[in-house]
Structure formats: structure tokens, C-alpha cells
Design a protein around this ligand. Sequence first.
Ligand code: MEV
Length: 425
Amino acid sequence: MKKSSQISGFYKLTPKERIKLVKDFADLTDQEIDVLWSTGALEIELADRMIENVIGTFPLPLGIAMNFLINGKDYMVPMAIEEPSVVAAATYAAKMAREKGGFFTSSTDPVMIGQIQAIDILDPFAAKMKILTAKNEVLKKANEMDPLLVSVGGGAKDLDVKVIDTKSGPMVITELHVDCRDAMGANAVNTMAEAVAPMIERLTGGRVYLRIISNLAVKRLARAYTVIPKETVGGEEIVDVIVEAYNFASADPYRAATHNKGILNGVIGVVIATGNDHRAIEAGAHAYAVKNGQYGPLSHWEKDSDGNLVGSIELPMAVGLIGGATKVHPTAKVAIKILGVKSANELGEIMTAVGLAQNLGALRALAHEGIQKGHMSLHARNVAITAGASGPLIDMIVERMVEERKVRMDRVKEILEEYRKKGKI
Ligand code: MEV
């Protein structure tokens, strides 16, 4: 039977009830559930092998964004994030998207760029020609470094050479194009760049210094689009306000940065949950946002001939399923199982769809009811917890403070005192 990620009232359940549904959806074992439930899932010995100077671990909440239908397949999407509202907004947006078939995605081959910087070259343009002439030899050397990657269809496929002008004079930059298959690829690409460096020095007569992957992964793009019926989003007026919000972001980098932050709220939640490198994704996304010469929004919103809202997005997506923390971190391994993804490309496409959904959730909230009300309850929640409220009292106090428009620590204490006197606690 085809499993659905659309479960009404999921948010009203307890974590225990929710995990039962996720267990059924993803065929989790009891052991995997133990991993999700243990705040110490990452053993200190393992953590100590992952980075240096380890003194502990840092748990985050792991939520599930529901309702995601991507290319006709249902996904429950695990998101690790500290910010309230993000998982709920993604879930809500994915529900709106389902009506016209959800999200439709595609991606390029998983090709990363490795840069080799050569300097002190008197005839940089001739040097460029020499490298291009020796292309096959350079690629052969690079591929000798990773026969396993080559055996699964990946490896160094091509190269480009550019001469750039810098304050230190001209530099000849060789760029290896490496198909990384299911790896994020930093290790493979860096190893290849290092291996071909002596060859580049010999060919150019220059000196090679930096040999490193580029995080502006323009050859590894993931794309998604969705159509939201105008009635579902709240009417044609709301469609127009969302398109205007997009136009605002297109014209103003100050707004575009926040627009893109909303997209990354979704993307990065999944990136962290799956143990991927979020700095690489963030760096790539922001650099890609400047591709037209001015920092702009990573998504597009437009209105079709029926007045429906159409969203699309394209992002560099350097994520992997093997290597890094993805295969080491116990929680990341369970998150990947919940997603049920079979390739890094599929994972990147899901993240891109989640980014688009998150963007839609934020824009709709901004356009529709004003994000203020939602933010106020979240702020009230944090204030209530900080001031000592716990359990069911939190919701009761939040409701009262929002109603009274008095979100303050002293008010929490007063309400707590009132409940105490009435014997409610
Ligand atoms: C908050 O984390 C994200 C938003 O500011 C995004 C946006 O303004 O589009 C709500």
C-alpha cells in the first residue's frame, strides 16, 4: 500500500503517538526509535572522533514536516532546528501544494568544482592553452585518486581554465569538474586537486597554492516548482501580495536576504537532520543569489493564467548520502531512513522543495495574517518557559498573555501566583 505523509492532526499528537506513525511510515526499528529518543544518541567517544577538543554533544529538536508530495512520492521530512514555527509552516505549505500534485523537481548531475590556483606566470594565456591541451592527462591523473568513485560512474569529467586579474597579478585558475555521485565530494575533489597540482606547475611554469573545492556549486543544481490554487492560498488578492513580496525581494537585497533566510530555514533544517554540511549549502546559496549581478531572491513567484500562484526555485545542492557525518551520526542515519532517499540527487531535490515550501509558508503568513500574531505567541511561549511555567500551564499562560497583549516575565509570575492561590498548581 502506498504510504501517505498526510495525517490530519499530527501536530496535536504527543511525541510518542507521532513516533508510532513515523515508525509505520518508515519501518523504523525499536533501536532506531531509541536513537531518536535519547538526548545522548551521539556517544561521547564517537563525537570525540568527529571533531577536536570535544567536551560534550549538542542536541536539537527533530521535527517532521508532513504532507510532502514530491514527484508523486510521499515523504515525511525530518528537520533539526531550534526555531519554532518552521516545521509547522513547511507542513502547512506542503499541504497547500498537494492539491495540484505537490512539488516537481529535477537536478543536474552531482558535479562539484575543484579549483587549483597557479601564480607567478608571465604568459598566463599561453599557460591556459597548455593546460587545456593536456586536459585528458590531467583528468586521468585526477581519476587515479578515486577508482571507487570512477567505478560507480563518477570522477573528474572535464576541466576549465580561466585567467583572473588580481592585486597580486594574473592568476591561472584550473577548475576540475568532478561528478561526486552520492558523496558531497569535498574529500574526493580536494584530493584530486592536490594530485594534479604538480602537473599544473610543470605545464605552466608557475607555482600552485590553493587546491580546494568551490562551494559555489553551479554545476550541481537542484530545482523545484509548485502550483498553488488561488482559493487555497486565500484568494487572488493574496496571490498578488505574494508576487509583490517576491518583486520587493527582487528589487531590494535587504529584503532578498530575509526572503532567502526563509528558504534556508527549510533547507538547513533537513541538511542538519541528515548530517550534511550546512555552511557549504549556505555559502553556495548566497553566492548563487548574486548570479545576476545583484543579490536577489533564490525563488520566483508568479501568477498563471488562471490566477494560481506558481513558485519555482533553483539552488546549488552539495549534499551527500555517504561520507561526512551522514553515515556516522546515529540520528542522521535514522533521518535518512525516514526520508527513504536512494541518492544524493533525490535528497538535494527534497531539500529544495522544502526550501520552496518554507518560503511559501513565510510569504503567505506575511501576506495573509501578518506574521506578528504568530511571532507574538512564540515569543510569549519562550517568556513563559523562561519565567518558570511548565507542562500544560505554558499554553494557558501564552493564551492569556497574547490576549492581554502583555508578554512579560512579571506577568507570567503574576499568573503563576494566581494559579497557585486558586490551587490550580
Ligand atoms: C523567519 O525566520 C523567516 C522570515 O523572516 C522569512 C521571510 O520574511 O520571508 C519569516
